[in-house]
Write a protein that binds this ligand. Structure first.
Ligand code: NAP
Length: 546
């Protein structure tokens, strides 16, 4: 512990149980806990719903779950010791390794002693008189703190499809985001998967290896790109380690914190054969190269986007033997990269296997789930297992499930239903002393990079409050308006904001999420940081401090 100062908060409000409460022990919560406790010397409690650390990497233990961004670029950068000690075994590590890594972090920094597991936060109410937060858990216990930091993730609230009879199914049924810890086997079983997003694509590829039969119910296909994962040898790990300072600089300077950056050329400035060769190379390059490293007009110029989409469609036709199946797998309602691009390792070849069947439910939706399987209007199927890879109530979902109330008892859920507004995705007007790590309108991209920045920014703000004996912080109306308008302006012209996806606030299984909104900041990460740094450097004038 390296407490740097004596905080006055417990003196000014002796009844508080904690200086700060952190909700969630995922990538954000672990780092936030560490910084508040070890750098600010605060009394902190972290409440975690699960029985272990890891957040996303604790819950999403479905078969095939692995990083889509390079392991080393996804890891924490804050501790040189940690960087020296931890070796990655693959360029895109699988979930067990990531969960192990996060456990290693929790142990190394002795974080567990401040984490209370099995503790679901159900309500957080701001207390005006004491300028504090009361936090309730599922067991009814009540905890009071000055500062509340939500580290609850943008993709942490799994949603099941609204299909009649779902509960009646007598076989095994799993949501990928709530995958059990016990071993689930597929051998000899007839398995159904519903959903073909980034999760479904990973799970399907793995399940197809052993299932007796695998039937994939696809509503809308996604454009997928090969991951090209590889083992990391000891020597290569040492080279990567030596590269870390430069690598983190590249991440910091890139648009969305990935190791890949857009090509500065426009699609139609090049000869067709030149762009074809470029895409071919990108298709063979590991990771998000082809998505975030495409030509600079790919995400804004429809004709340019059509060209790269045609290239990927050709690849799908080459890889899938049955032309009818290939056509079903080619998206027709959106262009390449306008929804999150799933990274695949043999996904398209799965459809050449005799045990795999693709059922398009776009025009022929599932009518009901029965005790023995799934019924369409014209066919019925029997299954031993149904896997729901049906996604999340993204960005606001985890907030909506906690009864969060600010000044005057205003409910956050209702406030955001009227208008989604934040300041820098980290603060909300009328919800003093509450900070969000990766809240709505935050920079996302390569998420741990955005997380580390947000945690550092929030920690510095809390330190500033403590140093100046402030017990109250919230953003001004003007600051919220400015940020919200900036986020909306930044999103204009982006093809991805004209497509239904979790990124545009759509989830057909959630009643309140049927209309597109701007749910995330889609500008550049360096600009985001520049704006947030300016606020801090200017003495937080955009905030009400008292
Ligand atoms: P998702 O992208 O929202 O996909 C959900 C899938 O379920 C879609 O195919 C959707 O079809 C389908 N679906 C939902 N409700 C349905 C219904 N009622 N009937 C039929 N189909 C239904 O969710 P996800 O695949 O879990 O991925 C979410 C995000 O998590 C990703 O975009 C990514 O950011 C992150 N993720 C990251 C990694 C990684 O880094 N390694 C891996 C997996 C996921 P429609 O498209 O027609 O709605």
């Amino acid at each position: 512990m390296k407490a740097q100062q004596t905080l006055t908060h417990r003196e000014t409000a002796p009844d508080l149980d904690f200086d700060a409460i952190v909700i969630g022990a995922g990538i954000s919560g672990l780092y936030q806990l560490y910084r508040l406790r070890d750098d600010l010397g605060m009394k902190v409690r972290c409440f975690e719903m699960g029985t272990g650390v890891g957040g996303t990497w604790y819950w999403n233990r479905y078969p095939g779950a692995r990083f889509d961004s390079e392991s080393y670029s996804y890891a924490y950068s804050f501790s040189q010791e940690l960087l020296n000690e931890w070796d990655w075994s693959e360029h895109f590590a699988a979930q067990p390794e990531t969960e192990k890594y996060l456990n290693y972090v929790a142990d190394k920094f002795e974080l567990r002693r401040n984490i209370q597991f099995n503790s679901k936060v159900t309500a957080c109410h701001y207390q005006e008189k004491t300028r504090s937060w009361k936090v309730w858990l599922g067991d009814g216990s009540e905890h009071a703190c000055r500062f509340l930091v939500t580290c609850i993730g943008p993709l942490s609230t799994p949603t099941f499809p609204k299909i009649e009879g779902r509960e009646s199914f007598q076989g095994e049924a799993y949501h990928t985001g709530l995958w059990p810890k016990h071993e689930v086997t597929f051998a000899g079983k007839d398995v159904a998967v519903i959903g073909t997003g980034a999760t479904g694509v990973q799970a399907i590829t793995e399940i197809a290896k052993t299932a007796n039969t695998l039937t994939i119910f696809q509503r809308r296909p996604n454009w997928c790109k090969p991951l090209h994962n590889k083992h990391i040898s000891k020597e290569e790990m040492e080279e990567l380690r030596a590269w870390y300072p430069e690598m983190f600089r590249l991440c910091r300077e890139s648009f969305s914190c990935f190791l890949h950056t857009a090509d500065p050329r426009n699609t139609f400035d090049l000869l067709p054969e030149t762009r074809e060769a470029f895409w071919e190379k990108q298709y063979q390059t590991p990771g998000f190269s082809m998505w975030v490293g495409g030509f600079k007009d790919m995400m804004t110029n429809r004709a340019a986007n059509d060209e790269v989409s045609k290239f990927v469609a050709r690849k799908i036709r080459e890889r899938v033997k049955d032309p009818k199946v290939a056509e079903l797998l080619i998206p027709k309602d959106h262009g390449f990269g306008t929804r999150r691009v799933p990274q695949e390792s043999g996904y398209y070849e799965v459809f050449n296997q005799p045990n795999v069947d693709l059922v398009s439910i776009l025009d022929n939706p599932i009518q009901r789930i029965t005790p023995t399987g799934i019924e369409l209007a014209d066919r019925s199927f029997k299954f031993d297992m149904i896997v729901y890879a049906t996604g999340f109530d993204a960005i606001t979902g985890a907030f909506d499930r906690i009864d969060i109330r600010g000044i005057g008892g205003e409910r956050l859920k209702e406030k955001w239903r009227r208008a989604l507004e934040t300041f820098l995705g980290m603060l909300v007007e009328n919800f003093p002393n509450m900070f969000m790590i990766i809240g709505p309108h935050s920079a996302l991209g390569n998420i741990p990079r955005s997380i580390e920045y947000a945690v550092d920014w929030v920690t510095e703000l809390i330190k500033y409050l403590c140093d100046h004996d402030y017990t109250y912080v919230e953003p001004t109306r003007e600051a919220v308006d400015d940020w919200t308008n900036f986020v909306i302006e930044t999103g204009k012209g982006l093809l991805s904001n004209e497509v239904d996806s979790w990124m545009t606030g759509i989830n057909q299984n959630v009643e309140s999420k049927q209309k597109r909104i701007i749910a995330r900041y889609s500008g550049s990460a360096p600009v985001f940081r520049e704006k947030a740094n300016t606020v801090a450097a200017g003495g937080y004038k955009k905030l009400v401090l008292d």
